[in-house]
Ligand binder design. Structure first.
Ligand SMILES: Cc1cc2nc3c(=O)[nH]c(=O)nc-3n(C[C@H](O)[C@H](O)[C@H](O)COP(=O)(O)OP(=O)(O)OC[C@H]3O[C@@H](n4cnc5c(N)ncnc54)[C@H](O)[C@@H]3O)c2cc1C
Length: 418
């Protein structure tokens, strides 16, 4: 049996890995690793910041299988929040009490809200899927906390789309992320980069005769069997963004009867700076055209890179102005805002801009019913990736590794001899 896998992001690689001894597998993509791929000058660093969590069991299993366990490091990182142009640490109870941009009563309300989200199971969370996040929050925490705390975060994550986001998503997201230690949040990283995981997977696929075709799929059709870029297959696992399937073959997309999902884009400017922005904070939420400053060398040792590496991370609409602007213009806009935190252009040694058009779904109202099933209405066409169940409420490396595993089980079930 021959299977085509479209997309060599973590979903596609994970599906190929699981099916390597089951069928003849070919993976099509010219960007191995997808959103989790890296930029490698004299070291490798992810194009978009990446870290993992203790609960990421499928990802951690894979890291173990690839014999990279000894590279996995865990660190309690410090986070910060901008208030009137200054970044304040927000980790320990004392730091939270000292934060000047929120009243004590709002801090108590926020703690109670976080606790109540963590207690809810999925069925309870699902009930709010048709409720808009702003409406739900106004009712639950009141207008002041909504305006001063939640709205800036929602706007920085979803831009203009924030009003359409579902309240279920926020509750589910707070529930999974609200599990902090008193000292801060513990995050994991593969020392010297997640690129090593992708390289090991590719080595394993190559030695099991899985073919990686360094090309995008331009043509896909079903005429009896499947034809992908002119070559015949028994089944296709589509892991690329759904709008790409729609543009490659609209009839196949509409026959698959999956629900339309809106995506957003990501824009990350990686900079090497002479100075750090903060003393020791890894992640700072800020009010700029980008929403977060992520100081990678406050997470991993400076010696691994020999320079301060910082991401300025933002989101945009897929047709947003930053997505169509020239690189220099985006760099200019981002660096201008960085000045507010004491980093001048002359302090920046180099910049590298990364943009991803389809970087994540918009979790709008009704999203839970739109989650894409693996098996579609077209025989032999399977879909997995960022819109699959394991990637709700947050798309992640773990969710994509799991989606790749789960879709391969479905394919095996459908094609295995009885
Ligand atoms: C800014 C940012 C930060 C992130 N941070 C984290 C983090 O800290 N921790 C975490 O766990 N996750 C993080 N993620 C999420 C994680 O990177 C993704 O969820 C995961 O890598 C998605 O893998 P995927 O294979 O599902 O999708 P993708 O990586 O998008 O892979 C899809 C692939 O399809 C390919 N493709 C597109 N069109 C075609 C075509 N016509 N033919 C063939 N191939 C095609 C693309 O080139 C791409 O390689 C982050 C993502 C972003 C954008």
């Amino acid at each position: 049996m021959k299977i085509a896998i479209v997309g060599a992001g973590l979903t596609g690689l994970s599906a190929a890995f699981e099916l390597r001894d089951f069928a003849k597998v070919k993976v099509f993509d010219d960007c191995i690793g997808g959103l989790a791929s890296s930029y490698c000058p004299s070291y490798c660093i992810e194009k978009f910041y990446h870290h993992c969590f203790r609960r990421d069991s499928d990802l951690l299993d894979l890291i173990k299988k690839l014999k990279l366990n000894s590279k996995l490091v865990w660190k309690v990182v410090r986070i910060g929040q901008e208030c009137n142009g200054k970044i304040y640490p927000l980790n320990t109870p004392i730091e939270i009490i000292k934060f000047p941009c929120m009243s004590l009563s709002d801090k108590i309300k926020l703690a109670k809200f976080t606790f109540s989200c963590r207690k809810k199971n999925f069925d309870e969370i699902k009930k709010f899927d048709e409720v808009k996040v702003v409406e739900g929050l106004k009712r639950e925490v009141g207008g002041r906390l909504l305006t001063s705390f939640f709205l800036p975060l929602l706007k920085s994550k979803f831009g203009d789309y924030y009003e359409e986001v579902s309240y279920s998503w926020l509750i589910a997201r707070v529930a999974i992320r609200g599990n902090r230690k008193l000292r801060g949040e513990e995050l994991g990283y593969l020392r010297h980069g997640f690129n090593q995981m992708i390289e090991r997977m590719v080595e394993e696929l190559n030695s099991n005769n899985v073919i990686l075709r360094k090309e995008k799929v331009k043509k896909i059709e079903k005429c009896g069997n499947w034809k992908v870029n002119g070559e015949e297959f028994d089944a296709v696992i589509w892991t690329a963004p759904l709008p790409v399937l729609k543009s490659v073959n609209e009839r196949v997309y509409s026959s698959a009867k999956v629900k339309d999902i809106k995506y957003q884009s990501s824009i990350c400017l990686l900079i090497s700076s002479k100075e750090s922005v903060t003393e020791d904070i890894y992640w700072s939420n800020v009010n700029c055209r980008f929403g977060a400053i992520i100081e990678h060398t406050h997470f991993m040792p400076f010696e691994d890179y020999g320079e301060n590496l910082i991401y300025l991370a933002g989101y945009d609409r897929v047709d947003g102005e930053l997505m169509s602007a020239k690189d220099e213009e985006v760099v200019k806009i981002y660096l201008k805002c960085l000045k507010k935190f004491g980093i001048e252009e002359k302090d920046v040694k180099w910049t590298k801009l990364f943009r991803a058009k389809y970087s994540g779904p918009i979790y709008e109202t009704g999203y839970i019913n739109k989650i894409t099933p693996y098996r579609t209405s077209v025989e032999g066409l399977y879909i997995a990736g960022m819109t699959s169940k394991p990637n709700y409420p947050e798309r992640s490396m773990n969710g994509s590794v799991k989606a790749g595993k789960e879709v391969s089980e479905v394919v095996r079930g459908d094609f295995e001899c009885t």
